[in-house]
Design a protein around this ligand. Sequence first.
Ligand SMILES: [Zn+2]
Length: 99
Amino acid sequence: MLSFETCPVCGAELKNKEVEKILYGGNHTVVLQIQAEVSLRCGERLYAEETVRLFEKIRNKLKRQDLSGFDPLGKTFTVDKEWLNKYTIPLINVGSKTT
Ligand SMILES: [Zn+2]
């Protein structure tokens, strides 16, 4: 159970809500819909102890490449440097060059 009745950051009321939590482990990412207590003012999320343990369990599973119980949800990419260079404007060197 949660030990907070009000937000420890701003003191506002907490509301039980389903939130989207993103967890990382190794190269993998898991997106999870989970219940949390959310501060009505600052948006701080508080998770139950069991939930925090669950997050840890998921991170460890990801690190071990154990993907059982997880369903694929699209893919995660990084942008190829060559591709990126085609679309980024080269920085103009405004500083004086030291030779
Ligand atoms: Zn708050």
